[in-house]
Design a protein around this ligand. Structure first.
Ligand SMILES: [Zn+2]
Length: 288
């Protein structure tokens, strides 16, 4: 199927009938599982998902070529559970899922309904532990342009190569980063307080604007308040003791920080990122 798609897509966008004939998608709703020919393959009978049609409804961070696609996993109806089960099955079997989007005649993505279709491959799927959504990573032409950072320790800084390929890998996904950071620290807890999981975010220690990477070691789980205060430079972690150091004019109480340090974390952030951030903090703030 993918080869058939590519043959046409190298020349021009597909039309809806071609997508159906090839077998990528044949439904009306967002998720199409080929129940007729695949329900026997799955113990649940839910079948295997083949294609997903995206018309902007669930789109979160879909970029031109890469991105994530959040699909709500917590809908109460069993229908959605079957859909999600069918997607998991596809990914477990190592089958790509096709992402069908609308384009104009030139092949440019359009919001809402366009006359033509673009078919991409979703290669990766996982739970976003915070939103409870499923996060897809796909890439145009089936290339793995964006992957979650591997669990092994990486750098807090992005590679500086400027080849086209490297530029493409820099496309980022906040949801994928968040999932990696939650996995690293093993829970949805603010490093500084006990805020509920609904308000937990993944903060970049070395900010993206300073060439920070999406490696989990460059991340810290913080509640919205402590994330905002971190980004404002109102506190920082001393990189050796891991003590929370307030900026001048603040103290732990005024910042609403119950813990004097983050040494309770079983896994700590990357040292190079902590060192870099501390350097920035020390330069800007005569801390108390
Ligand atoms: Zn907090």
């Amino acid at each position: 199927m993918w080869e058939a798609v590519q043959r046409i897509q190298e020349e021009r966008p597909l039309v809806a009938d071609e997508v159906r004939e090839i077998g990528c998608y044949n439904g009306a709703r967002g998720i199409w599982r080929d129940k007729r020919s695949t329900s026997d393959l799955t113990p649940s009978g839910n079948g295997v998902c083949v294609g997903i049609s995206s018309r902007g409804k669930y789109e979160d961070e879909i970029l031109e070529e890469t991105g994530t696609y959040d699909y709500p996993a917590t809908k109460s109806s069993t229908y959605d559970e079957g859909d999600i089960d069918s997607m998991r099955t596809a990914l477990e079997l190592g089958l790509p899922v096709f992402l069908i989007r609308d384009t104009n005649s030139k092949g440019e993505l359009v919001q809402g309904k366009g006359p033509k279709r673009r078919v991409d491959r979703i290669e990766f799927l996982e739970d976003d532990p915070i939103s409870g959504n499923l996060v897809f990573t796909f890439s145009l032409g089936g290339r793995m342009d964006y992957r979650l950072p591997a669990d092994e320790e990486g750098s807090c800084f992005q590679a500086r190569e400027t080849t086209k390929r490297e530029v493409r890998t820099k496309k980022r996904s906040q949801a994928a980063f968040r999932a990696a950071v939650v996995r690293r620290y093993g829970g949805k807890r603010c490093a500084l307080c006990d805020a509920p999981s609904e308000v937990i975010e993944a903060a970049h220690i070395v900010p993206v604007s300073d060439n920070g990477s999406d490696d989990s070691g460059n991340g810290l789980l913080l509640c919205r308040n402590h994330h905002a205060l971190f980004d404002m430079g109102k506190w920082c972690l001393e990189p050796t003791s891991l003590e929370v150091i307030p900026a001048k004019g603040h103290n732990l109480q005024s910042l609403g920080v119950p813990r004097p340090n983050v040494s309770h974390l079983k896994v700590t952030p990357n040292q190079e990122g902590l060192d870099w951030r501390w350097g920035q903090f020390a330069r800007k703030s005569t801390h108390s």
